[in-house]
Design a protein around this ligand. Sequence first.
Ligand SMILES: C[S@@+](CC[C@H](N)C(=O)[O-])C[C@H]1O[C@@H](n2cnc3c(N)ncnc32)[C@H](O)[C@@H]1O
Length: 247
Amino acid sequence: MNMTKKVTGVYNTFGQQYHDSRNNAGGRVHNEYIDMPAAFSLLPKQLRGLRVLDAGCGSGIYAQALAKKGAQVTGIDVSKKMLEIASNETPTKLGVHYLNGSISKLPFRPTTFDGIVCMYVIENIQNINKVFQEFYRVLQHGGFCIISISHPTRAQITKIEKDGKEIWILEDYFKQSVRQANFGGGMVVPKFTRPLQDYTQATAKAGFLIQNIIEPRPLPAAKKVDRKKFETAMRLPQILTMKLFKS
Ligand SMILES: C[S@@+](CC[C@H](N)C(=O)[O-])C[C@H]1O[C@@H](n2cnc3c(N)ncnc32)[C@H](O)[C@@H]1O
């Protein structure tokens, strides 16, 4: 079966569970204390009036946050269930426009957007060259693109516990494969694993310049929310966030 169809089916079935998991203690450490502060530190200071695409918007967590900062946001996702949750969760006054579609074939004219954010979606896609070409096409010259992925080392590891600490065993960093990411409660999402250079090469091939790459660690306040997750994330990289630029 085509991988995008498979991923769409998983999010259509488990969408509500996935959305709820973003608000439990572990999910909050990830969102509020690692992921969002990192992504927002790379965004332009002034978003008011900018046209921003949330590519693979899921339940609209980023779309909402960007719209609250004044951006004109469009969210696109393959999963109708995720879009239904996004529409229900997003106050109408924010004016976010949600639509169903794939980031591998964007239904927009060239240079439609001033910026793109794409959080934890690229790993679901086999042909990442196509996605970066599409992002480049729909971006305005001078536009930015922020991409977050699970850290490429994290995607390849086996976890073990030793003396109450999480230890990672990295057997084959360069292996390209499909792993089954287990989100609990029966939700298993197939994800492509690849080394960092596959991403940097695909972005360069599409024409992008890489402005920044960060490996964010949690804000100190995360310790009170989920101490174990905080301590692990201070030692081992969870996320990789890239800022790309179209000159
Ligand atoms: C891990 S969730 C992240 C959602 C959102 N970006 C966030 O950070 O809250 C991945 C999302 O990507 C969507 N997705 C996967 N493949 C896609 C594709 N080819 N085009 C558009 N959306 C896709 C899934 O339906 C799901 O909603």
